[in-house]
Write a protein that binds this ligand. Structure first.
Ligand code: SF4
Length: 236
């Protein structure tokens, strides 16, 4: 099994939502967290699940998405669904497959389904249908590119300049309410389930880097080089 769904998960951040986990084989190869081995799925309780669903034999992304869709169909639909605590859909066909299952899920009790994706460059927003999907970005240039493709976005930062809404190089950032202690869980907060409202308000969700943070911080620093200050002139 390379994809599973968990009803009413005991993941503290999610606060009792349901969720899915898919093998890291589903992630786009150019995901910077995957490449730098700094994905949060590589440590803590997530790593145990990652190893459990990580098959030695590579299966196609579509066949894993089909497994995930079947797993979503087993959920009662009584709690919102966070798709991909681990994993992604990095082809349009995979995203459409999971999105169709999410649509069936949402029809049960009118609960939301939402996710994040590093595959926003290649998977059209339309493939996700009614799922609230946020493009995972590490630079403001990427946030602008994702928005141009019709996505709302998230931006990973080394630290927050403020716990309230603030601008990062022209991008209006709302720091994650759980990370800033303003919400007990994603279930209580729910902002990421409201892609349309985020777009309307021009808001990008900010995340402080998590996971193997030293590696992740190094990856972020490499992607966001500090501009060199010109040397002081010695000529008058
Ligand atoms: S902003 Fe809200 S919904 Fe989004 S990750 Fe943070 S706590 Fe969860």
């Amino acid at each position: 099994m390379q994809a599973i769904a968990v009803e009413n998960s005991n993941n503290k951040k999610l606060g009792g939502m349901s969720t899915t986990y898919a093998s890291l084989q589903t992630c786009p190869k150019d995901c910077p967290f995957l490449k730098s081995k700094s994905c949060y799925a590589m440590m803590g309780p997530c790593a145990v699940t990652k190893d459990r669903i990580g098959a030695k034999r590579a299966n196609s992304k579509l066949s894993i998405a089909k497994q995930e869709a079947r797993a979503i169909d087993t959920l009662s639909g009584r709690w919102p669904l966070r798709i991909h605590t681990i994993g992604d859909c990095s082809t349009a066909a995979a995203a459409r497959t999971v999105a169709k299952a999410a649509k069936r899920f949402m029809a049960k009790h009118n609960e939301a389904a939402y996710t994040y994706t590093h595959a926003w460059r290649t998977v059209p927003r339309s493939a996700w249908g009614k799922v609230s999907v946020l493009a995972s970005c590490e630079t403001v240039t990427e946030v602008r590119a994702a928005k141009a493709k019709g996505y709302a976005a998230t931006l990973v930062l080394e630290k927050f300049a403020s716990d309230s809404v603030h601008f990062v190089n022209g991008v209006r950032v709302m720091p994650c309410l759980k990370q800033t202690g303003r919400s007990r869980s994603c279930l209580d907060c729910g902002l990421c389930m409201k892609e349309a409202s985020l777009k309307k308000a021009g808001l990008t969700i900010g995340f402080k880097v998590h996971g193997p943070s030293v590696k992740a911080a190094m990856m972020l620093a490499a992607k966001n080089p500090v501009p060199k200050t010109p040397k002081a002139s010695t000529t008058l």
